[in-house]
Design a protein around this ligand. Sequence first.
Ligand SMILES: [Fe+2]
Ligand SMILES: [Fe+2]
Ligand SMILES: [Fe+2]
Length: 405
Amino acid sequence: MHFFDIHPMNLMKSLSMALELTVNGMSTHHWRTALIADCIAKELKLEELKWQEVVYAALIHDIGAVSNWEERKLLRTMDDNSKRIYLHAEEGYELLLLSKRFEKLAKPIRYHHDNWCGGNPSGLAGDKIPLASRIIHLADRIEVSIYPGTYIFDQKNKILDYVDEKSGTAFDPNLVDAFNQCAKSEAFWLDLINPNYKEVFFSSLDVYGSISYTLEDVTEIADIFSIIIDKTSRYTAKHSRGVAEVAAYLAKQAGFSPSEVKEMRIAGLLHDLGKLAIPNEILEKPEKLTEEEYLLIKQHTYYTYRILQGIDNFEKIAQWAAYHHETLDGTGYPFRISEDSLSLGSKILAVADVFTALTEDRPYRESLSEEKVKDIMGKMAKYRRLDKQIIDLLFEHYQDARAFI
Ligand SMILES: [Fe+2]
Ligand SMILES: [Fe+2]
Ligand SMILES: [Fe+2]
């Protein structure tokens, strides 16, 4: 069996970063929530596995909201009395159940907006709410209370007052006491606003060394991310899954080993990961994009690469996934890689991406006919956008490949 040796901290860091993508790089909500949660968990002297569950869940706690930009914005401002705030928690829970490696994080995420005093859709209150959820709830609300651009020590008392005021209603009073201990340290506040501290924080989480993940484990996690990627636009409801299947099929036909075929499937599931950086309204814009909007869209493969390359032993998958808009003539994006540096795997994924896009139904047009697809892809080969041999391979097995869409 094929294994990946992965430091779980590296994996969590990459996944957390994907949830923080914005048009201008990365925001800070998840890692800072995890930092606050970490301090509270340590103050409570939680045993190691419980501590790990709290911090890991905090790092991806809003996974259920990330596909929807309106939801993302609301979470930063919404008060806990709004019923809508529970929706993404439930969605996150359902997503995480799809991975054996992550299912233990599902429950903490499900209740991470439940109020201590009750009145939650779950019907839970007080100690019945999982401790990890209560910690993340408090840490999350503290994180969203921090205003950028205002000196942190000018905000500190206001945040402490807010937490104090909600102690016993929204927040567990014991956790508020633990947080007040954290808050005594100047370093705690300075770490929160120091972007360079992020790396130190993540290294401090690397207490287990590397752990073996099977290809199936990684595929399950990639599957979860493919769902949130595809949900960013109603035009691409099953795009990532389709690309993954077609690319894996072509890899098999091209003679890749069984484990490489599975790696290709993972690359396909994650190829558009960087789309999480692009607002829905641009991804869904029916009219022609402006030049600026197109530049923004083109950022997605850059982020796919930078995020995936941070995971141990993922270099090949990162390249296959992220080079799908590179072209043989070297004018592709984002790296403008020349033909001789493009691997066969990257060329396969590029062909699978175009084929899937042309053959899937889109709300604004039906799937294109075989003849039309052959015409368009034939031209792309001629103008050295795509590799001709792989296109020939695809056309040899056209009906088989078409069945995956
Ligand atoms: Fe949340
Ligand atoms: Fe949050
Ligand atoms: Fe793409």
